[in-house]
Design a protein around this ligand. Sequence first.
Ligand code: SF4
Length: 483
Amino acid sequence: MVTPDRGDTDHFHDECGVFGVFGHPDAAALTALGLHALQHRGQEAAGIVTYDGEQFNAHRGMGLVGDNFSSKETMAKLRGHSAIGHVRYATTGEVALRNVQPLFFEIEFGGLAICHNGNLTNSYQLRKQLVRRGSLFHTTSDTEVINHLIATSEQSTIIDRLVDGLRQVEGAYSLAALTQESVIGVRDPLGVRPLVVGKLADAWIISSETCALDIIGADFVRDVEPGEIVIADAKGLRSLKPFTKKAERFCIFEYIYFARPDSVVDGRSVYEARKRIGRELARESPTDADVVVPVPDSGVPAAIGYAQESGIPFELGIIRNHYVGRTFIEPTDQIRHLGVRLKHNANRADLEGKRVILVDDSIVRGTTSTKIVDMVRNAGAREVHMRISSPPITNPCFYGIATPDRDQLLAARYDVDAMARLFGVDSLAFISIDGLYRAMGQPRRDEAAPRFCDACFTGDYPIPLVDADDGKVMVQLSLLAPA
Ligand code: SF4
Protein backbone atom coordinates (compact mmCIF):
# COMPACT_ATOMS: atom_id res chain seq x y z
CA MET A 1 0.00 0.00 0.00
CA VAL A 2 1.31 3.43 -0.84
CA THR A 3 1.34 5.44 2.36
CA PRO A 4 1.48 9.17 1.88
CA ASP A 5 3.45 10.46 4.78
CA ARG A 6 3.27 14.17 4.53
CA GLY A 7 2.06 16.78 6.95
CA ASP A 8 -0.48 15.53 9.50
CA THR A 9 0.28 11.82 9.81
CA ASP A 10 -1.92 11.34 12.84
CA HIS A 11 -5.17 11.44 10.91
CA PHE A 12 -6.62 9.39 8.15
CA HIS A 13 -6.73 11.51 4.99
CA ASP A 14 -9.52 11.65 2.50
CA GLU A 15 -7.77 11.38 -0.79
CA CYS A 16 -9.84 13.23 -3.34
CA GLY A 17 -12.68 15.55 -4.16
CA VAL A 18 -14.48 15.92 -7.50
CA PHE A 19 -16.52 18.73 -8.97
CA GLY A 20 -18.25 19.29 -12.32
CA VAL A 21 -20.31 21.95 -14.11
CA PHE A 22 -22.47 21.59 -17.22
CA GLY A 23 -23.99 24.57 -18.99
CA HIS A 24 -22.39 27.71 -17.54
CA PRO A 25 -20.16 30.28 -19.32
CA ASP A 26 -17.88 30.44 -16.24
CA ALA A 27 -17.60 26.67 -15.86
CA ALA A 28 -13.84 26.70 -15.10
CA ALA A 29 -14.05 29.54 -12.55
CA LEU A 30 -16.97 27.84 -10.80
CA THR A 31 -15.03 24.58 -10.76
CA ALA A 32 -11.97 26.32 -9.26
CA LEU A 33 -14.19 27.79 -6.52
CA GLY A 34 -15.80 24.40 -5.92
CA LEU A 35 -12.38 22.80 -5.61
CA HIS A 36 -11.40 25.48 -3.08
CA ALA A 37 -14.29 24.35 -0.91
CA LEU A 38 -13.19 20.72 -1.36
CA GLN A 39 -9.54 21.45 -0.58
CA HIS A 40 -9.77 19.52 2.71
CA ARG A 41 -10.25 16.34 0.60
CA GLY A 42 -6.83 16.61 -1.02
CA GLN A 43 -3.97 19.10 -0.94
CA GLU A 44 -1.27 17.56 -3.12
CA ALA A 45 -2.52 18.34 -6.60
CA ALA A 46 -5.43 19.89 -8.45
CA GLY A 47 -6.69 19.82 -12.02
CA ILE A 48 -9.48 21.11 -14.25
CA VAL A 49 -10.50 20.02 -17.77
CA THR A 50 -13.05 22.02 -19.79
CA TYR A 51 -14.74 21.55 -23.15
CA ASP A 52 -15.38 24.62 -25.30
CA GLY A 53 -17.39 23.08 -28.15
CA GLU A 54 -14.34 22.41 -30.28
CA GLN A 55 -11.64 21.13 -28.00
CA PHE A 56 -10.80 20.14 -24.47
CA ASN A 57 -8.60 22.41 -22.36
CA ALA A 58 -6.70 21.21 -19.33
CA HIS A 59 -4.57 22.57 -16.54
CA ARG A 60 -3.18 20.37 -13.80
CA GLY A 61 -0.53 20.98 -11.22
CA MET A 62 0.97 19.96 -7.91
CA GLY A 63 -0.09 21.90 -4.84
CA LEU A 64 -3.21 23.67 -3.69
CA VAL A 65 -6.09 24.92 -5.83
CA GLY A 66 -5.01 28.51 -5.18
CA ASP A 67 -1.47 27.71 -6.34
CA ASN A 68 -2.76 26.45 -9.68
CA PHE A 69 -5.90 28.39 -10.57
CA SER A 70 -5.28 31.98 -9.54
CA SER A 71 -3.74 33.41 -12.69
CA LYS A 72 -5.83 35.13 -15.37
CA GLU A 73 -3.84 33.37 -18.08
CA THR A 74 -4.63 29.93 -16.72
CA MET A 75 -8.32 30.66 -16.29
CA ALA A 76 -8.55 32.27 -19.75
CA LYS A 77 -7.14 29.10 -21.25
CA LEU A 78 -9.89 27.01 -19.63
CA ARG A 79 -12.67 28.05 -22.01
CA GLY A 80 -16.02 26.34 -22.24
CA HIS A 81 -19.46 25.81 -20.76
CA SER A 82 -18.61 22.48 -19.16
CA ALA A 83 -15.82 21.45 -16.82
CA ILE A 84 -14.74 18.88 -14.28
CA GLY A 85 -12.08 19.25 -11.59
CA HIS A 86 -10.27 17.28 -8.97
CA VAL A 87 -8.24 17.72 -5.79
CA ARG A 88 -5.96 14.86 -4.84
CA TYR A 89 -4.19 13.25 -1.93
CA ALA A 90 -2.58 10.17 -3.41
CA THR A 91 -3.62 6.75 -2.20
CA THR A 92 -2.87 4.66 -5.25
CA GLY A 93 -0.13 5.76 -7.58
CA GLU A 94 2.78 7.88 -6.47
CA VAL A 95 2.77 11.63 -6.15
CA ALA A 96 3.68 12.77 -9.66
CA LEU A 97 2.32 15.20 -12.20
CA ARG A 98 1.41 12.38 -14.57
CA ASN A 99 -1.06 11.08 -11.97
CA VAL A 100 -2.82 14.41 -11.44
CA GLN A 101 -6.46 14.20 -12.50
CA PRO A 102 -8.71 14.65 -14.41
CA LEU A 103 -7.12 12.14 -16.76
CA PHE A 104 -7.91 12.85 -20.41
CA PHE A 105 -7.88 10.42 -23.31
CA GLU A 106 -9.28 10.09 -26.79
CA ILE A 107 -11.24 7.11 -27.95
CA GLU A 108 -13.26 6.15 -30.99
CA PHE A 109 -16.10 8.51 -29.98
CA GLY A 110 -14.02 11.54 -29.07
CA GLY A 111 -12.48 12.95 -25.92
CA LEU A 112 -13.23 11.87 -22.37
CA ALA A 113 -11.89 13.27 -19.10
CA ILE A 114 -12.36 11.38 -15.83
CA CYS A 115 -11.59 12.05 -12.21
CA HIS A 116 -12.20 9.82 -9.27
CA ASN A 117 -12.71 9.90 -5.51
CA GLY A 118 -12.21 6.48 -3.98
CA ASN A 119 -10.05 3.48 -4.60
CA LEU A 120 -10.46 0.44 -6.81
CA THR A 121 -9.68 -2.81 -5.03
CA ASN A 122 -9.01 -4.88 -8.16
CA SER A 123 -7.12 -2.32 -10.25
CA TYR A 124 -3.83 -4.23 -10.11
CA GLN A 125 -5.47 -7.41 -11.46
CA LEU A 126 -7.32 -5.49 -14.16
CA ARG A 127 -4.21 -3.57 -15.12
CA LYS A 128 -2.26 -6.79 -15.60
CA GLN A 129 -5.02 -8.12 -17.90
CA LEU A 130 -5.23 -4.87 -19.85
CA VAL A 131 -1.45 -4.63 -20.32
CA ARG A 132 -1.46 -8.25 -21.54
CA ARG A 133 -4.05 -7.23 -24.15
CA GLY A 134 -1.95 -4.28 -25.30
CA SER A 135 -3.14 -1.29 -23.26
CA LEU A 136 -0.41 1.28 -22.77
CA PHE A 137 -0.63 2.95 -19.36
CA HIS A 138 0.68 6.47 -18.86
CA THR A 139 0.06 6.82 -15.13
CA THR A 140 0.18 4.64 -12.04
CA SER A 141 -3.25 5.84 -10.93
CA ASP A 142 -6.03 3.27 -10.53
CA THR A 143 -8.37 5.67 -12.34
CA GLU A 144 -6.58 4.97 -15.62
CA VAL A 145 -7.83 1.39 -15.44
CA ILE A 146 -11.35 2.76 -15.92
CA ASN A 147 -10.17 4.74 -18.96
CA HIS A 148 -8.74 1.61 -20.59
CA LEU A 149 -11.82 -0.46 -19.79
CA ILE A 150 -13.92 2.20 -21.56
CA ALA A 151 -11.50 2.43 -24.49
CA THR A 152 -11.43 -1.33 -25.06
CA SER A 153 -15.15 -1.97 -24.50
CA GLU A 154 -17.11 -3.16 -27.51
CA GLN A 155 -20.27 -1.29 -26.55
CA SER A 156 -21.46 1.36 -28.98
CA THR A 157 -21.95 4.51 -26.84
CA ILE A 158 -19.78 6.22 -24.26
CA ILE A 159 -22.36 5.62 -21.54
CA ASP A 160 -22.67 1.91 -22.42
CA ARG A 161 -18.89 1.63 -22.45
CA LEU A 162 -18.69 3.36 -19.06
CA VAL A 163 -21.25 0.93 -17.62
CA ASP A 164 -19.41 -2.01 -19.19
CA GLY A 165 -16.11 -0.81 -17.69
CA LEU A 166 -17.51 -0.12 -14.24
CA ARG A 167 -19.15 -3.55 -14.11
CA GLN A 168 -15.64 -5.00 -14.12
CA VAL A 169 -14.21 -2.92 -11.30
CA GLU A 170 -14.46 -3.53 -7.57
CA GLY A 171 -14.02 -0.74 -5.12
CA ALA A 172 -15.27 2.56 -3.86
CA TYR A 173 -15.66 5.33 -6.37
CA SER A 174 -17.44 8.59 -6.97
CA LEU A 175 -16.56 9.74 -10.47
CA ALA A 176 -16.97 12.91 -12.49
CA ALA A 177 -16.52 12.58 -16.25
CA LEU A 178 -16.61 15.09 -19.11
CA THR A 179 -17.49 14.29 -22.72
CA GLN A 180 -18.15 16.55 -25.69
CA GLU A 181 -21.87 16.45 -24.90
CA SER A 182 -22.16 15.95 -21.17
CA VAL A 183 -20.91 15.96 -17.60
CA ILE A 184 -21.42 12.61 -15.87
CA GLY A 185 -21.44 11.67 -12.20
CA VAL A 186 -21.26 8.08 -10.94
CA ARG A 187 -21.38 6.58 -7.46
CA ASP A 188 -20.35 2.97 -6.78
CA PRO A 189 -23.12 0.46 -5.96
CA LEU A 190 -22.47 0.63 -2.19
CA GLY A 191 -22.22 4.43 -2.19
CA VAL A 192 -19.05 4.41 -0.06
CA ARG A 193 -17.93 7.93 -1.03
CA PRO A 194 -20.28 10.93 -1.29
CA LEU A 195 -21.51 12.68 -4.44
CA VAL A 196 -24.28 15.26 -4.82
CA VAL A 197 -26.09 17.12 -7.59
CA GLY A 198 -26.75 20.86 -7.51
CA LYS A 199 -28.26 23.50 -9.77
CA LEU A 200 -27.07 27.04 -10.49
CA ALA A 201 -29.64 28.78 -12.73
CA ASP A 202 -29.70 26.47 -15.79
CA ALA A 203 -26.36 24.83 -15.03
CA TRP A 204 -26.01 21.40 -13.42
CA ILE A 205 -23.34 20.87 -10.79
CA ILE A 206 -21.78 17.65 -9.48
CA SER A 207 -19.78 17.76 -6.28
CA SER A 208 -18.28 15.52 -3.61
CA GLU A 209 -19.89 17.65 -0.90
CA THR A 210 -22.60 20.26 -0.49
CA CYS A 211 -20.15 22.84 0.95
CA ALA A 212 -18.84 23.28 -2.61
CA LEU A 213 -22.37 24.05 -3.85
CA ASP A 214 -22.69 26.73 -1.18
CA ILE A 215 -19.51 28.51 -2.25
CA ILE A 216 -20.87 29.11 -5.78
CA GLY A 217 -24.43 29.86 -4.64
CA ALA A 218 -25.86 26.67 -6.19
CA ASP A 219 -28.93 24.92 -4.80
CA PHE A 220 -28.58 21.40 -3.50
CA VAL A 221 -30.79 19.09 -5.59
CA ARG A 222 -30.08 15.64 -4.18
CA ASP A 223 -27.47 13.02 -3.38
CA VAL A 224 -26.43 10.81 -6.30
CA GLU A 225 -27.75 7.41 -5.20
CA PRO A 226 -25.46 4.43 -4.72
CA GLY A 227 -25.06 2.69 -8.09
CA GLU A 228 -26.54 5.65 -9.97
CA ILE A 229 -25.16 7.41 -13.06
CA VAL A 230 -26.36 10.98 -13.62
CA ILE A 231 -25.85 12.58 -17.02
CA ALA A 232 -26.17 16.35 -17.44
CA ASP A 233 -26.45 17.39 -21.09
CA ALA A 234 -28.39 19.75 -23.34
CA LYS A 235 -31.60 17.81 -22.60
CA GLY A 236 -31.30 18.22 -18.81
CA LEU A 237 -30.39 15.65 -16.15
CA ARG A 238 -30.89 11.94 -16.79
CA SER A 239 -30.43 9.08 -14.38
CA LEU A 240 -29.43 5.46 -14.97
CA LYS A 241 -29.19 2.62 -12.47
CA PRO A 242 -27.51 -0.13 -14.45
CA PHE A 243 -25.80 -2.02 -11.62
CA THR A 244 -27.22 -4.81 -9.47
CA LYS A 245 -28.73 -3.18 -6.40
CA LYS A 246 -26.76 -3.69 -3.20
CA ALA A 247 -27.24 -2.60 0.40
CA GLU A 248 -25.79 0.88 0.92
CA ARG A 249 -22.54 1.13 2.94
CA PHE A 250 -21.59 4.80 3.14
CA CYS A 251 -18.25 5.53 4.88
CA ILE A 252 -19.13 6.37 8.49
CA PHE A 253 -15.76 8.12 8.88
CA GLU A 254 -16.99 10.88 6.55
CA TYR A 255 -19.28 11.91 9.43
CA ILE A 256 -16.54 11.59 12.06
CA TYR A 257 -13.75 13.48 10.29
CA PHE A 258 -13.45 13.64 6.47
CA ALA A 259 -16.40 15.72 5.32
CA ARG A 260 -16.52 19.41 6.09
CA PRO A 261 -18.78 20.14 9.07
CA ASP A 262 -20.89 22.53 6.99
CA SER A 263 -21.74 19.78 4.48
CA VAL A 264 -24.94 17.75 4.49
CA VAL A 265 -24.49 14.10 3.56
CA ASP A 266 -27.41 11.79 2.94
CA GLY A 267 -29.76 14.27 4.61
CA ARG A 268 -27.62 14.57 7.75
CA SER A 269 -25.70 17.69 8.75
CA VAL A 270 -22.12 16.60 9.36
CA TYR A 271 -21.75 19.16 12.17
CA GLU A 272 -24.88 17.93 13.95
CA ALA A 273 -23.78 14.30 13.50
CA ARG A 274 -20.43 15.13 15.16
CA LYS A 275 -22.20 16.83 18.08
CA ARG A 276 -24.48 13.80 18.49
CA ILE A 277 -21.42 11.53 18.56
CA GLY A 278 -19.98 13.76 21.33
CA ARG A 279 -23.24 13.52 23.29
CA GLU A 280 -23.26 9.74 22.97
CA LEU A 281 -19.62 9.64 24.08
CA ALA A 282 -20.51 11.66 27.18
CA ARG A 283 -23.33 9.23 28.00
CA GLU A 284 -21.09 6.20 27.50
CA SER A 285 -17.96 7.51 29.20
CA PRO A 286 -18.72 10.24 31.73
CA THR A 287 -16.14 11.55 34.19
CA ASP A 288 -15.94 14.35 36.74
CA ALA A 289 -14.03 17.31 35.35
CA ASP A 290 -13.93 21.10 35.25
CA VAL A 291 -13.63 21.74 31.57
CA VAL A 292 -14.15 20.08 28.15
CA VAL A 293 -11.39 21.01 25.67
CA PRO A 294 -11.36 20.02 21.99
CA VAL A 295 -8.23 19.12 20.08
CA PRO A 296 -8.71 21.68 17.32
CA ASP A 297 -10.12 21.85 14.78
CA SER A 298 -11.58 18.46 14.10
CA GLY A 299 -12.42 17.65 17.72
CA VAL A 300 -14.54 20.79 18.20
CA PRO A 301 -18.09 19.63 17.29
CA ALA A 302 -17.78 16.38 19.30
CA ALA A 303 -16.42 18.37 22.28
CA ILE A 304 -19.40 20.74 22.07
CA GLY A 305 -21.72 17.70 22.12
CA TYR A 306 -19.82 16.20 25.06
CA ALA A 307 -20.01 19.49 26.99
CA GLN A 308 -23.73 19.93 26.27
CA GLU A 309 -24.56 16.42 27.42
CA SER A 310 -22.33 16.46 30.52
CA GLY A 311 -23.04 20.04 31.57
CA ILE A 312 -19.27 20.63 31.94
CA PRO A 313 -18.12 23.98 30.49
CA PHE A 314 -16.56 23.98 27.00
CA GLU A 315 -13.34 25.97 26.64
CA LEU A 316 -10.79 26.44 23.88
CA GLY A 317 -7.90 25.23 26.03
CA ILE A 318 -5.76 24.55 22.98
CA ILE A 319 -5.29 27.17 20.30
CA ARG A 320 -4.44 26.22 16.76
CA ASN A 321 -2.14 28.24 14.55
CA HIS A 322 -3.89 28.29 11.16
CA TYR A 323 -0.90 29.70 9.33
CA VAL A 324 1.41 26.71 9.44
CA GLY A 325 1.92 25.75 5.82
CA ARG A 326 2.01 22.08 5.02
CA THR A 327 5.24 22.58 3.14
CA PHE A 328 6.92 23.83 6.30
CA ILE A 329 6.55 20.44 7.95
CA GLU A 330 8.96 17.85 6.68
CA PRO A 331 8.11 14.20 7.19
CA THR A 332 10.94 13.31 9.55
CA ASP A 333 10.36 12.26 13.16
CA GLN A 334 12.33 15.20 14.49
CA ILE A 335 10.38 17.83 12.57
CA ARG A 336 7.09 16.01 13.06
CA HIS A 337 7.69 16.39 16.80
CA LEU A 338 8.22 20.11 16.33
CA GLY A 339 5.19 20.30 14.03
CA VAL A 340 2.78 19.60 16.87
CA ARG A 341 4.02 22.66 18.75
CA LEU A 342 3.86 24.75 15.62
CA LYS A 343 0.24 23.83 15.11
CA HIS A 344 -1.10 23.83 18.68
CA ASN A 345 -0.44 25.82 21.82
CA ALA A 346 -1.94 25.37 25.28
CA ASN A 347 -4.14 28.18 26.57
CA ARG A 348 -2.75 28.15 30.11
CA ALA A 349 -5.44 30.41 31.58
CA ASP A 350 -8.10 27.77 30.91
CA LEU A 351 -6.10 24.70 31.89
CA GLU A 352 -4.09 25.55 35.02
CA GLY A 353 -5.29 23.63 38.08
CA LYS A 354 -8.22 22.13 36.13
CA ARG A 355 -9.46 18.61 35.55
CA VAL A 356 -9.55 18.52 31.77
CA ILE A 357 -11.50 16.31 29.35
CA LEU A 358 -9.68 16.41 26.01
CA VAL A 359 -11.87 15.45 23.05
CA ASP A 360 -10.37 14.34 19.73
CA ASP A 361 -11.96 12.67 16.71
CA SER A 362 -9.60 9.74 16.17
CA ILE A 363 -6.25 8.20 16.97
CA VAL A 364 -4.17 6.82 14.12
CA ARG A 365 -0.48 6.56 15.10
CA GLY A 366 -0.94 8.35 18.42
CA THR A 367 2.12 10.57 18.03
CA THR A 368 0.13 13.82 18.22
CA SER A 369 -1.96 12.66 21.19
CA THR A 370 1.09 12.07 23.39
CA LYS A 371 2.42 15.56 22.67
CA ILE A 372 -0.93 17.26 23.16
CA VAL A 373 -1.34 15.56 26.54
CA ASP A 374 2.19 16.66 27.54
CA MET A 375 1.34 20.20 26.48
CA VAL A 376 -1.86 20.26 28.54
CA ARG A 377 -0.08 18.84 31.59
CA ASN A 378 2.75 21.35 31.23
CA ALA A 379 0.15 24.11 31.22
CA GLY A 380 -0.83 23.01 34.74
CA ALA A 381 -3.82 20.68 34.19
CA ARG A 382 -4.48 18.67 37.37
CA GLU A 383 -6.05 15.70 35.56
CA VAL A 384 -6.29 14.85 31.86
CA HIS A 385 -9.05 12.56 30.60
CA MET A 386 -9.10 11.77 26.91
CA ARG A 387 -12.29 10.98 24.98
CA ILE A 388 -12.24 9.92 21.32
CA SER A 389 -15.27 10.33 19.06
CA SER A 390 -14.46 7.27 16.93
CA PRO A 391 -13.93 3.65 17.96
CA PRO A 392 -10.32 2.41 17.98
CA ILE A 393 -8.94 2.21 14.41
CA THR A 394 -7.62 -1.31 14.07
CA ASN A 395 -7.64 -1.81 10.28
CA PRO A 396 -6.47 0.13 7.23
CA CYS A 397 -8.90 1.55 4.70
CA PHE A 398 -8.76 0.25 1.13
CA TYR A 399 -11.57 2.44 -0.18
CA GLY A 400 -9.91 5.75 -0.92
CA ILE A 401 -8.56 6.93 2.40
CA ALA A 402 -4.82 7.28 2.93
CA THR A 403 -3.96 5.15 5.94
CA PRO A 404 -0.81 3.65 7.37
CA ASP A 405 -0.32 -0.11 7.32
CA ARG A 406 -1.94 -2.00 10.17
CA ASP A 407 1.30 -2.28 12.15
CA GLN A 408 1.44 1.52 12.41
CA LEU A 409 -2.12 1.84 13.73
CA LEU A 410 -1.74 2.31 17.48
CA ALA A 411 -5.04 0.62 18.36
CA ALA A 412 -4.04 -2.47 16.37
CA ARG A 413 -1.10 -2.96 18.73
CA TYR A 414 -2.29 -1.61 22.09
CA ASP A 415 -5.47 -2.01 24.11
CA VAL A 416 -7.15 1.03 25.65
CA ASP A 417 -5.34 0.74 29.02
CA ALA A 418 -1.95 0.48 27.32
CA MET A 419 -2.76 3.51 25.15
CA ALA A 420 -3.78 5.47 28.25
CA ARG A 421 -0.42 4.67 29.85
CA LEU A 422 1.42 5.62 26.67
CA PHE A 423 -0.33 9.01 26.48
CA GLY A 424 0.00 9.60 30.22
CA VAL A 425 -3.72 10.33 30.74
CA ASP A 426 -5.80 9.66 33.84
CA SER A 427 -8.43 7.93 31.69
CA LEU A 428 -9.04 7.18 28.04
CA ALA A 429 -12.27 6.12 26.33
CA PHE A 430 -13.39 5.71 22.72
CA ILE A 431 -16.99 5.75 21.57
CA SER A 432 -18.24 2.20 21.06
CA ILE A 433 -19.26 1.03 17.60
CA ASP A 434 -22.89 0.69 18.81
CA GLY A 435 -22.68 4.17 20.33
CA LEU A 436 -21.51 5.51 16.98
CA TYR A 437 -24.47 3.88 15.22
CA ARG A 438 -26.84 5.27 17.88
CA ALA A 439 -25.48 8.74 17.17
CA MET A 440 -26.31 8.10 13.51
CA GLY A 441 -29.92 7.30 14.40
CA GLN A 442 -29.66 3.49 14.38
CA PRO A 443 -30.50 1.34 17.43
CA ARG A 444 -27.07 -0.34 17.21
CA ARG A 445 -24.73 -1.85 14.61
CA ASP A 446 -26.65 -4.62 12.87
CA GLU A 447 -23.99 -7.33 12.61
CA ALA A 448 -25.78 -9.07 9.73
CA ALA A 449 -26.39 -5.92 7.69
CA PRO A 450 -24.47 -2.88 8.91
CA ARG A 451 -25.82 0.37 7.51
CA PHE A 452 -22.36 1.92 6.99
CA CYS A 453 -18.86 0.92 6.01
CA ASP A 454 -17.00 0.77 9.32
CA ALA A 455 -14.22 -1.61 8.27
CA CYS A 456 -11.39 0.40 9.81
CA PHE A 457 -13.04 -0.19 13.21
CA THR A 458 -14.46 -3.69 12.69
CA GLY A 459 -12.41 -5.35 9.92
CA ASP A 460 -15.70 -6.09 8.12
CA TYR A 461 -14.79 -5.01 4.57
CA PRO A 462 -17.93 -4.71 2.43
CA ILE A 463 -16.11 -4.78 -0.95
CA PRO A 464 -13.74 -7.64 -1.85
CA LEU A 465 -10.06 -6.73 -1.49
CA VAL A 466 -9.00 -8.46 -4.69
CA ASP A 467 -5.58 -6.82 -4.83
CA ALA A 468 -4.81 -7.34 -1.16
CA ASP A 469 -2.44 -10.04 -0.10
CA ASP A 470 -2.13 -10.59 3.62
CA GLY A 471 -3.37 -7.10 4.39
CA LYS A 472 -0.98 -5.40 1.93
CA VAL A 473 -2.15 -4.04 -1.38
CA MET A 474 -0.17 -4.89 -4.47
CA VAL A 475 0.75 -1.78 -6.38
CA GLN A 476 1.70 -1.37 -9.99
CA LEU A 477 5.37 -1.65 -10.71
CA SER A 478 6.29 1.52 -12.55
CA LEU A 479 9.61 2.02 -14.24
CA LEU A 480 9.15 5.73 -14.85
CA ALA A 481 10.52 7.97 -12.11
CA PRO A 482 8.19 10.67 -10.79
CA ALA A 483 8.41 13.94 -12.73
S1 SF4 B 1 -12.66 1.53 6.02
FE1 SF4 B 1 -13.13 3.29 7.36
S2 SF4 B 1 -12.36 5.10 6.30
FE2 SF4 B 1 -12.46 3.43 4.80
S3 SF4 B 1 -14.45 3.64 3.80
FE3 SF4 B 1 -14.74 2.21 5.48
S4 SF4 B 1 -15.32 3.49 7.26
FE4 SF4 B 1 -14.50 4.85 5.68
